[in-house]
Ligand binder design. Structure first.
Ligand SMILES: *[C@@H]1O[C@H](CO)[C@@H](O)[C@H](O)[C@H]1NC(C)=O
Ligand SMILES: *[C@@H]1O[C@H](CO)[C@@H](O)[C@H](O)[C@H]1NC(C)=O
Ligand SMILES: *[C@@H]1O[C@H](CO)[C@@H](O)[C@H](O)[C@H]1NC(C)=O
Ligand SMILES: *[C@@H]1O[C@H](CO)[C@@H](O)[C@H](O)[C@H]1NC(C)=O
Ligand SMILES: *[C@@H]1O[C@H](CO)[C@@H](O)[C@H](O)[C@H]1NC(C)=O
Length: 238
């Protein structure tokens, strides 16, 4: 009875390990695992990346438009964009991409997203009750905060979209499975053949939980896949 349980368990593990191995070797092909994992194909990733680059470029556009038409302008007191701004001109924000959305180097007068919050601090003026600059400066504290928030947002988009996309195209799942497979699969099969319960069982439980959790978390509605995934076991038992 117990022995039969171990045989089934051993087969289940071997099959799971095989499924992982099969899929890792060939993530694009139709395998038991590729059918249930939510992977975004290369084209969707590419589209997402392009969109995020466009958004970054648009944010930089808005920030720079403000700098050119408000902060760096020298309007007369009757103009709408007048708030007694004066002094050295603020450097505009660097465009990280060119018109083809390829990476580009910042121009000499542009300030990078990393440096903008520090550099622009030097251009803050103190605001009077009327909302005018009391002393030399190009932006008020409020405007500075808004500009830096916009920069932070596009910085985040620029730097965190690619890693997020690599999560989606399954390289993250692949890495996890590779880790599980090399760490647990072979030692486990060995342990179980010796019917050395104890530690072995615990790691089996952990691994199965992890695997089942990944499946369930992603596709609770598709229990059918378990049948597909574990069907070799049934055949072998017969
Ligand atoms: C997206 O696809 C286009 C062609 O379809 C290609 O020229 C471009 O290099 C791709 N971009 C990325 C970031 O993979
Ligand atoms: C930020 O400013 C420092 C000092 O001015 C400079 O050395 C560094 O290259 C700048 N970083 C970027 C990414 O432009
Ligand atoms: C405008 O700014 C200058 C400094 O550039 C300052 O001397 C002047 O008092 C400010 N005017 C008002 C109305 O705050
Ligand atoms: C922008 O990011 C910097 C660190 O990257 C942080 O110190 C600052 O508080 C952020 N500012 C805003 C307005 O989010
Ligand atoms: C997943 O995306 C990353 C980064 O975009 C890329 O380096 C990797 O080759 C992709 N993996 C697959 C299997 O497409």
């Amino acid at each position: 009875m117990l022995c039969g349980f171990f045989v089934i368990l051993n087969n289940a593990i071997t099959d799971t390990c095989m499924a992982m191995g099969e899929w890792m070797d060939n993530p694009q092909s139709e395998s038991a695992l590729s059918n249930i994992l939510p992977c975004v194909d290369q084209r969707t990733s590419n589209q997402t990346l392009i969109k995020s680059k466009e958004v970054v470029t648009n944010i930089v556009n808005v920030v720079n438009q403000f700098i050119y038409t408000f902060a760096n302008a020298n309007p007369s007191p009757t103009d709408l964009n007048y708030y007694n701004q004066s002094g050295p001109l603020m450097p505009p924000l660097c465009y990280p991409y060119d018109s083809n959305l390829q990476d580009r180097q910042c121009g000499s007068i542009e300030v990078s997203m990393e440096n903008a919050s520090v550099v622009w601090k030097n251009y803050i003026c103190t605001k009077s009750e009327l909302g005018l600059c009391n002393n030399e400066g190009r932006v008020t504290q409020d405007t500075y905060t808004q500009l830096v928030a916009a920069v932070n947002e596009s910085y985040a988009l620029e730097h965190y979209t690619p890693p997020l996309l690599s999560l989606q195209n399954c390289s993250f799942v692949q890495d996890t499975f590779r880790e599980i497979k090399t760490r647990y699969c072979h030692p486990l099969e060995h342990d179980l053949q010796m019917v050395d319960a104890g530690l072995g069982l615990i790691s089996v439980g952990v691994m199965l939980c992890l695997v089942l959790w990944i499946f369930y978390a992603n596709h609770p509605q598709r229990e059918g896949v378990f049948v597909t995934l574990f069907s070799p076991i049934r055949k072998r038992q017969k």
